[in-house]
Design a protein around this ligand. Sequence first.
Ligand SMILES: Cc1cc2nc3c(=O)[nH]c(=O)nc-3n(C[C@H](O)[C@H](O)[C@H](O)COP(=O)(O)OP(=O)(O)OC[C@H]3O[C@@H](n4cnc5c(N)ncnc54)[C@H](O)[C@@H]3O)c2cc1C
Length: 384
Amino acid sequence: MGFDINAFREHIRQFCLTEVAPIAAQIDKDDQIPSTLWPKMGAERLLGITIPKEYGGLGLGYLAHIIAVEELSRASGTVGFVYADHSNICLNNLYLHGTEQQRQKYVPKLCSGEYLGALSMSEPNAGSDIVGSMSCKATKTNDADWIANGTKKWTTNGPDADVIIVYLRTADKTIGSHSISAFILDNDIDNWQRGKKVDKFGMRGAGNCELYFNDTIIPSHQLLGKENEGVKILMAGLDTERLILSAGPIGLMQAALDLVLPYIRERNQFGSPIGSFELIQAKTANIYTSLQTARSYAYRTAQAFDQGMPSRIDASACAYYASHAAVNVALETIQTLGGIGYMNDSIAPRLLRDAKIYEIGGGTNEIRQMLIGRELFKQDPIIV
Ligand SMILES: Cc1cc2nc3c(=O)[nH]c(=O)nc-3n(C[C@H](O)[C@H](O)[C@H](O)COP(=O)(O)OP(=O)(O)OC[C@H]3O[C@@H](n4cnc5c(N)ncnc54)[C@H](O)[C@@H]3O)c2cc1C
């Protein structure tokens, strides 16, 4: 039987309505996600959507994964964000590149919600130029284990993560991109520390922190993929990350529409619902068009990924378009609601704060524009 997209969405929507939407404002206010939510998502089998069933996943593709991120983000931007980080950026990468032993050790627990996952590549001095500037390094010891030193920055889910994929420089950077390796860090490894949870503008409730390595011994069996081939994992991971992350802003734009449509019918000025004014109708038209454009593009790109035709250019363009559109949609939402939309107890400011990270995280919009433009420049006449 084929994948029934509507039934799948409805299943997630019901979970979000009962378990996520009611706590979204509190998560934002407290800057904390209740620890009970993760195992509930595991019990619903939401955490390992792209992971085969024998490891505890659902064995579905990226389109299904996008729908899950979209619906969770519609209910709570923060939950959608940390979920994408756990389920795609950590778990999916670990499954794709892990040995059978590594899969058996981590994947079922990441699928059930017993473990929380994260991925760490950024550093204080390595952001957009991650490959060229990475200085956090690991050197081989005589018995083939690794000694890691340096600092990682930002790591989403970092304060509470049980499993973190970490990229470290493992050869001289003058040899080029074959000088970085990926490792699986867990709580059995001694002598690494987490920094304080940082205070953020949006995505409140998501934990972000630095990681510190000081002669940390990482056993050789924690290497993910091949030695010095980490950039391949990183780049392929960034392609699916950008695709999956585009569903976050899509969910936020749907939440904006959910908020705006009832309001413009209920709010009367000049003796009429404000939705009857053409300037307000223009705003709702813009919100709707942005949402549907971003959604159609992401679904089409996800279907291509699922059919074995991943596209770096389209994954970047999906994330670029959706994130930029969501920031504009959030601003239009505040304007449509007037003074109420500016109040912190309205959902509208949270949509703006949550949308903004998608223009920065997983590679900024400038870097996405650069990638898209560079690929287009390389290609023969384009093709749609
Ligand atoms: C909330 C949050 C969560 C995050 N989670 C994670 C995580 O889980 N794991 C992880 O590894 N990282 C994470 N990051 C890091 C994130 O990926 C980086 O912030 C991002 O890649 C940008 O790097 P930077 O902040 O160092 O900015 P910089 O690279 O210093 O860029 C600063 C500005 O310069 C622009 N710029 C840089 N180079 C160019 C260029 N060549 N051309 C034009 N413009 C350019 C950028 O677009 C940006 O506007 C997170 C960040 C945040 C804020």
